[in-house]
Design a binder for this molecule. Structure first.
Ligand code: NAP
Length: 293
């Protein structure tokens, strides 16, 4: 088994982005600027947003963090989004999900200018992805494609099974892997909670991508010998032996399947860092595209 080391790959890609920012600065170009909106103070969301802001600093981007109280009204949040849409200095922005229950996520996503939608969640960008047009690809699936590319994983003609059909991970992932690209050109099966005999389908996967949010769900009985396993899940499990009181677990039982795989992503240090680097890539792309108009 070899590790698909997202942490190391992300560092390499961040160094490349930092070089591009240095070049931009040297020729007096505009420094990319990413904004993040965080509603409330959910611990996991705080960590994700802080990591995104830190990553911006590391590569020399400007970043702005907008914190709103958890009881902020939907109208007030939409007004904030409108300001970001209009702000010429902001190249791209994200609204950290999940949002409190009284806020309609679809309405919020629809309010984001697709040209600044560096998370790639807007219908316009998802539609462009379906049609194979240039777009901002949702950060996690894009990060997984980068990870496969970086490690020269052969995907053409392989059977790729994606578990989970969310709009932000599973569905775009299945589209990307089926496209006529490299990585890509896989024969894709998308499975979900209503799929029958899921374990047998998973056992036929050359590439298994798991995004369900159920800690250590995938065991050795679901993995074919020599498979490439990508674990997207992140769940906090209570752990009295750690300082924080919890540990992070993936959707795959790493200890049980590692000896069956050819490649596997660790959690943490696999898909997570790649998601962040994708967001940086999308922001750089947003800045570049805006400069062309
Ligand atoms: N590493 C990262 O950067 C990153 C980024 C995004 C998400 N994540 C993590 O990835 C996980 C998934 O996130 P998400 O946003 O895609 O989750 P989500 O929106 O909750 O979707 C979960 C999907 O998994 C399916 N599912 C749930 N239980 C299942 C089961 N027992 N068998 C088969 N399918 C099942 C659901 O099926 P139905 O549609 O039938 O209900 C649904 O399609 C979470 O742990 C999340 O924290 C990590």
């Amino acid at each position: 088994m070899q590790l698909l080391n997202g942490k190391q790959t992300a560092e390499t890609l961040k160094a490349q982005i930092a070089e591009q920012v240095d070049e931009l600065r040297a020729r007096g170009g505009k420094i990319p600027h990413l904004a993040a909106v965080l509603v409330g103070s959910d611990g996991a969301s705080e960590t994700y947003v802080n990591n995104k802001v830190l990553a911006c600093e590391r590569v020399g981007f400007k970043s702005t963090l907008i914190r709103l109280d958890s009881d902020v009204s939907e109208d007030a949040l939409l007004a904030e989004i409108n300001k970001l849409n209009q702000n010429a200095d902001i190249d791209g922005f994200i609204v950290q999900l999940p949002l409190p229950e009284h806020i309609n996520e679809t309405r919020v996503t629809l309010a984001i200018d697709p040209a600044k939608d560096v998370d790639g969640f807007c219908p316009a960008n998802v539609g462009r992805l379906c049609l194979g047009l240039p777009t901002f690809v949702s950060a996690t699936p894009n990060g997984i494609m980068e990870l496969l590319r970086h490690h020269n994983i052969e995907t053409e003609g392989k059977h790729c099974v994606v578990i989970g059909r969310s709009n932000i991970v599973g569905t775009p992932m299945s589209l990307l892997m089926s496209r006529n690209t490299n990585p890509g050109n896989s024969t894709v099966t998308l499975v979900h909670s209503r799929t029958k005999d899921m374990a047998a389908i998973c056992r036929s996967a050359d590439i298994l991508i798991v995004a369900i949010g159920k800690a250590e769900f995938v065991g050795a009985d679901m993995v074919k010998d020599g498979a490439v396993v990508i674990d997207v899940g992140i769940t906090r499990l209570p752990d009295a032996n750690t300082k924080s009181g919890y540990r992070l677990a993936g959707d795959v039982d790493f200890a049980a399947v590692k000896d069956k795989c050819s490649w596997i992503t660790p959690v943490p240090g696999g898909v997570g860092p790649m998601t962040i680097v994708s967001l940086l890539q999308n922001t750089l792309k947003a800045q570049t595209l805006r400069q062309q108009f």
